[in-house]
Design a protein around this ligand. Structure first.
Ligand SMILES: *Cc1c(COP(=O)(O)O)cnc(C)c1O
Length: 380
């Protein structure tokens, strides 16, 4: 049996009848950049998250940038970012000329640890970016309290958490501005690149609209410096179709996660994803930690398991093998190994199992039984 990490073809085949005419419609109208399909999508995406404004962009990275840019983050400013996230979260700060300041993650759920945020705040700190990693919302109550106390902007990176909830409210309702990615493999994926910001702040939405389109709201009138971060019409059309399936696909992902956890519970060498009681986790990723040993030893067992699964036709991933503070591009910030032990251990021990709405019960069982077999045969 073959279990890919993702199966975008299976999803396309399930919605072909809706996608093809939507794409044909864009070809017929030749609205290739922005246009009605993108505007419709913006309205529907904002409504789905219960916020007033959505500005569609061409990548999630543009979302990370525009969120901070619209807030006026500039050189000399510092932005607090989790050490355990995808690199693009940090590009938001660096593209504004600001300094990313990293904070370790929680041992449960692996989101930014609010109890470690205050120690990272200086007189230059302007914002905290909370990433809802793997699809699980960060601890927003604690972060809101810190942001209010220190007069900082709280920004959400929801690139992995479309439609997720924290205390029965959708993500995007806690920070002043929130970014999303619609990269094909995300929970809501375009057929190419895509991204967006959402906000309830009219001024910020207006600013974001200018920044994505050469600093302009009217053709050839450039009010501020900008960029070209516009969404393509084709992506707007595809996302508009796929948005109608998001609630159902989210439930499927949650079901897959429940099934994995049922199969793998009680295995002493595996730490399963901890779903916090006050969130709706949307399982962009199903990340387990392999607990054997610690340090190098953990890593070698994890790598051995990944290889064993690969040989059986099962693809897995690592999210993420190197925490941000140890990336070469940030060596100028002078962090060291040992600075963020939870993120560092996670990098050595994490393993992401295949998860997507179209995965079959047989595939879930095949992955699970092969993991159980591995630990039975490698019971060091
Ligand atoms: C995917 C991702 C991004 C960037 O999105 P792109 O569309 O690939 O530019 C940003 N932050 C996080 C947490 C992501 O997972």
């Amino acid at each position: 049996m073959n279990v890919p990490f993702l199966d975008l073809k299976a999803q396309y085949n399930s919605i072909k009848n809706e996608i093809n005419p939507a794409i044909q419609n864009i070809l017929d109208s030749s609205s290739f950049v922005l246009g009605k399909a993108v505007e419709d999508f913006e309205r529907e995406f904002a409504t789905l998250h219960n916020v007033k404004y959505c500005v569609a962009l061409n990548t999630g990275t543009a979302g990370n940038h525009v969120a901070l840019w619209a807030l006026g983050i500039k050189p000399g400013d510092e932005v607090i970012i989790p050490a355990n996230t995808f690199i693009a979260t940090a590009w938001g700060a660096t593209l504004c000329g600001a300094k990313p300041v990293f904070v370790d993650c929680e041992p449960e759920g692996y989101n930014i640890d609010p109890s470690k945020v205050e120690a990272a705040i200086t007189k230059n700190t302007k914002a905290i970016v909370a990433v809802h990693l793997y699809g699980q919302p960060a601890n927003m109550n604690a972060l809101i309290e810190i942001a209010n106390k220190h007069n900082l902007y709280l920004v959400e990176d929801a690139a992995q958490a479309h439609y997720a909830e924290y205390e029965n409210k959708k993500v995007g309702n806690f920070g002043i501005i929130t970014s999303f990615s619609f990269y094909p493999g995300k929970n809501l994926g375009a057929y190419g690149e895509g991204g967006a910001i959402i906000t309830n702040d009219e001024q910020l939405a207006r600013k974001a609209k200018m920044l994505r389109d050469h600093g302009s709201l009217e053709k050839y009138q450039h009010h501020v410096f900008g960029h070209n971060y516009r969404m393509e019409g084709l992506q707007g059309a595809v996302l508009g179709v796929k948005l109608k399936h998001l609630a159902h696909w989210t439930e499927k992902r949650r079901e897959v996660a429940r099934k994995y956890s049922e199969f793998l519970k009680g295995v002493e060498f595996i730490d399963l994803p901890a779903e916090k009681p006050n969130v709706k986790h949307v399982y962009h990723l199903y990340v387990v930690q392999i607990l054997k040993g610690g340090g190098e030893k953990t890593k070698s067992v994890r790598d051995k398991l990944a290889l064993d699964l690969k040989e059986k036709g099962i693809a897995t991933g690592l999210h993420y093998p190197i925490p941000l503070h140890l990336q070469k591009c940030f060596s100028y910030l002078n962090y060291n190994y040992g600075d963020f032990p939870i993120s560092e251990t996670l990098s050595d021990a994490c393993l992401s199992l295949p998860i997507y709405p179209e995965i079959t019960d047989d595939q879930i069982e095949f992955v699970s039984t092969n993991i159980l077999k591995f630990f039975k045969n490698n019971n060091q």
